[in-house]
Write a protein that binds this ligand. Structure first.
Ligand SMILES: Cc1cc2nc3c(=O)[nH]c(=O)nc-3n(C[C@H](O)[C@H](O)[C@H](O)COP(=O)(O)OP(=O)(O)OC[C@H]3O[C@@H](n4cnc5c(N)ncnc54)[C@H](O)[C@@H]3O)c2cc1C
Length: 418
């Protein structure tokens, strides 16, 4: 089956579908191979932010100390459960948490992210129903000191790429920035123009556009291996038979390492598991909300509110731990008020409790590159907290790489062997 010119894209999440779209726009025949349905991985229940003001790598000064303090406590924002390969990954993460690497990583991501809103606009003009709205993002804090610190770091890193206010807003005026904020919010600031989408709807619309442009999307087809000849991938083995190809792009999120092992290229990806659920709040948030002291977020979505957050390193799986849903709901009350009293009310109040794995390398930057030793095999994954935001930009860049054979400069920091 298949065609020896076809570029096969493994993974029907936001990243794989964006890649497929830009490959088609470059005039290449494309098939997406997805083992389940599109947007069934991390692209399903995430917070949907499309933003410039959160380009920071997760690996940052002080974060390891913070993570170790919460070791083994399932109700804390960061939760580590010892699993295979976690220790070497954590050592790499710790080595990457220096100020200089953090700044370098931030600039690399900000550079990749530079055209994001233009790309979303182009997608819309070319018929993708992105659903993007740009209400702006309110950063809310319980402590004014933390708010000021966050804004100072943000101003330094923004480098004029997006607008940040001169100072934080305090007390009652802070709460006026968004109607949903509770009395305990002590300080806040607004970054205007930041956006939000319903991520699964975006993925489905990308799929439709890929098909309209002549691409094929094969759902319920699982890739199990590669056919290779003289350093080139000539086809994929799947549960539905073999597929021939001229090139392949692996965009399988947290499952990418399993595929790379088949071609002897280990990739240290851990799933940074995050949780979300939907709830009707009154008043509902009018902006995307970042709750800075607890690292959780809320997004207005389809007339309801999606609350998301937490970071759990407990293996590359989608096992949902209800205690973490409760912890997320409890933490949200600091910012959104007492929208429930007891945890046993939650099953009746919330919808779609969900867990997804953010694909994280130890430096928490994406890897977007040709796979070493394989002339026609590429990788586009590791987008961590930012796969929705960076999907179009990284899809466009990797498509250019596949099409021209030349690595675009913007991808230099995202090499496989960095
Ligand atoms: C709680 C939470 C909130 C988040 N909020 C945001 C946000 O607000 N903004 C943002 O930009 N990002 C956010 N993210 C991150 C974002 O969700 C991810 O970075 C992004 O979805 C990754 O997309 P992907 O396409 O790489 O992976 P996925 O969406 O996981 O897609 C990978 C696909 O590959 C398929 N696959 C795997 N193995 C195979 C195989 N062998 N054969 C065929 N198919 C295979 C899977 O079925 C899956 O569909 C959040 C993540 C979480 C967990």
């Amino acid at each position: 089956m298949g065609n020896t010119d076809t570029v096969l894209v493994v993974g029907g999440g936001i990243v794989g579908l964006s890649t497929a779209y830009y490959l088609l726009r470059a005039g290449m025949p494309v098939e997406v191979v997805e083992r389940s349905t599109v947007a069934s991985g991390a692209s399903l229940g995430n917070a949907g932010w499309v933003c410039l003001s959160h380009s920071a790598p997760v690996a940052s000064p002080g974060v390891v100390r913070h993570a170790l303090r919460s070791l083994g406590r399932p109700d804390s924002p960061v939760y580590l459960r010892p699993v295979a390969n976690l220790v070497p990954w954590l050592l790499g993460f710790w080595r990457n948490s220096t100020q200089s690497r953090f700044e370098r990583g931030y600039l690399a991501v900000a550079n990749l992210n530079r055209d994001t809103f233009e790309l979303f606009e182009e997608l819309r003009e070319s018929g993708v129903d992105t659903g993007l709205s740009r209400p702006g993002m309110v950063h809310a804090f319980l402590s004014p000191a933390r708010a000021r610190h966050h804004l100072d770091v943000q101003r330094m890193m923004a480098g004029g790429r997006y607008e940040v206010p001169a100072d934080v807003t305090l007390g009652d005026e802070a709460r006026d920035l968004d109607p949903s904020l509770a009395a305990s919010v002590g300080a806040a600031y607004l970054v205007p123009g930041e956006g939000v989408v319903e991520p699964a709807a975006l993925a489905r619309s990308l799929r439709d556009r890929v098909q309209a442009l002549g691409g094929k999307v094969r759902e319920n087809v699982e890739v199990s291996g590669f056919q290779r000849s003289h350093g080139m991938v000539t086809g994929l083995r799947t549960n539905q038979g073999d597929l021939a190809c001229g090139a392949v792009v692996i965009a399988a999120g947290m499952w990418s390492p399993g595929l790379l092992r088949r071609i002897d290229r280990p990739l240290p990806v851990q799933a940074g598991k995050g949780y979300s659920f939907t709830v009707d709040l009154d008043p509902a948030p009018a902006h995307t909300l970042y709750f800075g002291d607890h690292n959780l977020v809320a997004s207005p979505m389809n007339g309801t509110t999606r609350i998301a957050g937490t970071m759990e390193l407990s293996g590359n799986n989608n096992r949902l731990d209800w205690r973490r849903v409760v912890a997320l709901a409890r933490a949200s009350r600091h910012y959104l008020g007492n929208w429930f009293t007891h945890a046993d009310e939650l099953p009746g109040l919330i919808r779609d409790p969900w867990v997804g794995g953010r694909p994280l390398l130890p430096d928490t930057l994406p890897v977007i590159d040709r796979i070493p030793g394989h002339g026609n095999a590429f990788l586009n994954t590791g987008h961590g907290m930012l796969g929705v935001t960076l999907g179009p930009a990284s899809g466009r860049a990797v498509a250019e790489f596949v099409h021209t054979g030349q690595r675009p400069g913007v991808l230099e920091p995202f090499r496989f062997d960095r």
